[in-house]
Design a protein around this ligand. Structure first.
Ligand code: GLN
Length: 543
């Protein structure tokens, strides 16, 4: 059985539990341990797949097609943990399973209740996370969404309390993450909300072993550390100061300096090798001192929400590290280009342009106008999912001369459905979990930019969309617009277009999948890396 670390949050929401969990995962891996990562989310949606990005930020997708919380993106970028359908569980998912069991009569006539039936299901899911993993992980890190004191979090915290008394004391460790407000007039960090939050946790029967204190721009003083330790009944060395850090990849180094990994391993009674963080440290230093800088515009729809395209933002940063470049990313709402404003006015200052994924009609025409600017002005371009579809529609309208070409998502009656639904999607009524989801094989055509970028003939990339490139237009787009389909997924004697390119352009690449989900700071995603390389060349040519 693995050891378990539970990460809870107090005082405010968005306190950064996801990055704490991911950072600890990295530190434990650096000590030679194998980790598993999991997020428990208290909301009633079965998964976040049906939620608006304004509500919930990005939906992160796993290889096996789970639509999950964006904290799994942090786990992916910081650790080697394998993320699957089992890695993210919501209240809705738990209730769904319990109600189905009840309908099948599996509770043998009993009254089905939160305790023990809901809490048993939660404990089962936690155990299931590592049950079939080969080799078995040494430590499972389980993050509990929400804030201690929320009604919704209670069953999860109760399940953890029970879990802790079912195993040995040295099998679990609880980390509580809180916020310490800084009062300017007093010149000090206030510990009272943390004390109250720990008390609320103790009321539920959970005593934290470690407290991680978010302190904003100031560092926790020794006397403040002692005070929290004393009032919260936690050892002094287990009170960790978590200042805001940029880049976020420096956060694990700050925790390591305060020996968070050794403290946790001490609680869990695990012997581990000395840490090896040299490569990670080198990467963080490189981010701080880049040789070049360039500007990229990301044109999308949910641009006012910080986390709506989280993985894209991070993947561009990783590509920057690989090219020794600071990528200054600016978000642009595509609706801006739907009025009289010419995209050239708003976009001329950028060295590369990315068109974001998205759903629904709003802002689409602005993206198509952006595409025309990108193609005609030979600006390096990466189009992701909807971004690739926009590129195809623009070519069909402005090069093939089909003015009403569209995706049937935006105009079901279009005479030229260059992007359309596969027959298997036509009858779908349920919105949740029914898109083309997860990793699909993509065969790359020899000699194309995509094949050169990957340095491989076959890759697997993750999808999340319903609509597809319509092969009926492929030949015309190839012959008349110079389009190259450089990646395809073969199936049922036919194929789906996964990557498109324009060779007569410095770097023009649209992908039907989401390359951002697999990018890591030490292993940038190849298409992002080459996009930034091309943007740098474009910038240098302009200077
Ligand atoms: N709305 C488009 C589709 O469903 C694109 C989705 C996306 O960009 N993820 O195919």
């Amino acid at each position: 059985m693995p050891k378990y670390v539970f990460v809870t949050g107090g005082v405010v929401s968005s306190v950064g539990k996801g990055i704490v969990a991911a950072s600890l995962g990295l530190l434990l891996e650096s000590r030679g341990l194998r980790v598993a990562m999991m997020k428990l989310d208290p909301y009633i949606n079965v998964d976040p797949g049906t939620m608006n990005p304004y509500e919930h930020g990005e939906v992160f997708v796993t290889d096996d097609g789970a639509e999950t919380d964006l904290d799994l993106g942090h786990y992916q970028r910081f650790t080697q943990a394998r993320l699957t359908q089992k890695s993210n569980v919501t209240t809705g998912g738990i209730y769904n399973a319990v109600i189905q069991k009840e309908r099948r009569g599996e509770y043998l006539g009993k009254t089905v209740q939160v305790i023990p039936h809901i809490t048993d299901e939660i404990k089962n899911r936690i155990r299931m996370l590592t049950a079939e993993e080969e080799p078995e992980p040494d430590v499972a890190i389980v993050e509990i969404g929400g804030t201690v004191g929320d009604i919704e979090s209670l069953p999860f915290l109760e399940a953890i309390r029970q879990f802790q008394i079912e195993v040995k004391p040295s099998d679990t460790c609880t980390i509580h993450v809180t916020l310490l407000p800084y009062i300017e007039a007093a010149g000090e960090l206030k510990t009272k909300p943390t004390q109250h939050s720990v008390r609320a946790l103790r009321d539920i029967g959970i005593a934290p072993d470690v407290i991680i204190c978010r302190t904003g721009t100031v560092t926790l003083r020794e006397d403040e550390r002692r005070k929290i330790a004393m009032f919260c009944n936690v050892r002094e060395e287990a009170i960790i100061s978590a200042e805001d850090m940029a880049p976020i990849y420096a956060i694990p180094l700050n925790f390591q300096k305060q020996r968070l990994d050794s403290t946790v391993l001490g609680v869990l009674n695990v012997e581990a090798q000395k840490d090896d963080l040299a490569e990670w440290r080198g990467m963080v230093e490189k981010i701080g001192n880049p040789a070049h800088e360039l500007r990229v515009a990301a044109v999308g729809k949910y641009v006012s929400h910080d986390d709506a395209y989280k993985s894209i933002q991070e993947a561009l940063g990783h590509a920057g590290i690989a090219n020794d470049t600071r990528v200054v990313l600016e978000w642009i709402d595509s609706e801006r280009f739907e009025g009289p404003q010419d995209p050239a006015e708003g976009l001329a200052c950028y060295d590369g342009i990315l068109i974001c994924p998205g759903f629904g009609k709003r802002g689409v025409e602005g993206k198509i106008r952006t595409m025309r600017y990108v193609r005609e002005n030979k600006v390096p371009f990466l189009g992701i999912c909807l971004g690739m579809q926009m590129a195809v529609i623009e070519l069909a309208r402005n090069v093939l001369g089909l003015p009403n070409a569209n995706s049937t998502e935006f105009n079901p009656e279009t005479p030229d459905p260059v992007i359309s639904l596969l027959s298997e999607q036509r009858g779908v009524r349920d919105m949740g979990g029914t898109m083309r989801l997860g990793a699909y094989r993509c065969d790359l055509a020899p000699g194309t930019r995509a094949q050169q970028a990957y340095g491989a003939d076959v890759v697997y990339e993750r999808h999340r969309h319903r609509y597809e490139f319509n092969n009926e237009y492929r030949e015309r787009l190839e012959k008349e617009a110079g389009l190259v389909v450089s990646g395809v997924h073969h199936r049922d004697g036919t194929h789906l277009a996964e990557i498109i390119e324009l060779p007569d352009h410095p770097w023009f690449c649209g992908v039907q999948f989401h390359p951002e989900f697999t990018s890591m700071p030490l292993k940038p995603q190849p298409l992002f890396r080459e996009f930034i390389r091309a943007a740098l060349a474009h910038r240098n040519a302009r200077d």
